[in-house]
Design a protein around this ligand. Sequence first.
Ligand code: SF4
Length: 87
Amino acid sequence: MNQMFCFQCQETAGNKGCTLNGVCGKTAALANMQDLLIYVTKGLSEVTTKLRFEGRNILPEVNHYITLNLFTTITNANFDDEVSIKE
Ligand code: SF4
């Protein structure tokens, strides 16, 4: 079984996906944390989108978390498990 699967960028192993460690140095643990972060962020975005359609206001802090979570996973630019813990 693969420890991770990441095909975020053009450096991906064999043009298919990094499955043990990232060509970029990303670890399997970090890739899995990023997958979870994106999964949760998609759920949060689904809720905030529906609330906006209902005319409800979304707290700026919530919007900021969505942006921050996406930025945290930017390929080869900002991956660091310590970043996720500090924010
Ligand atoms: S971001 Fe890193 S782990 Fe992901 S595909 Fe690119 S090189 Fe591989």
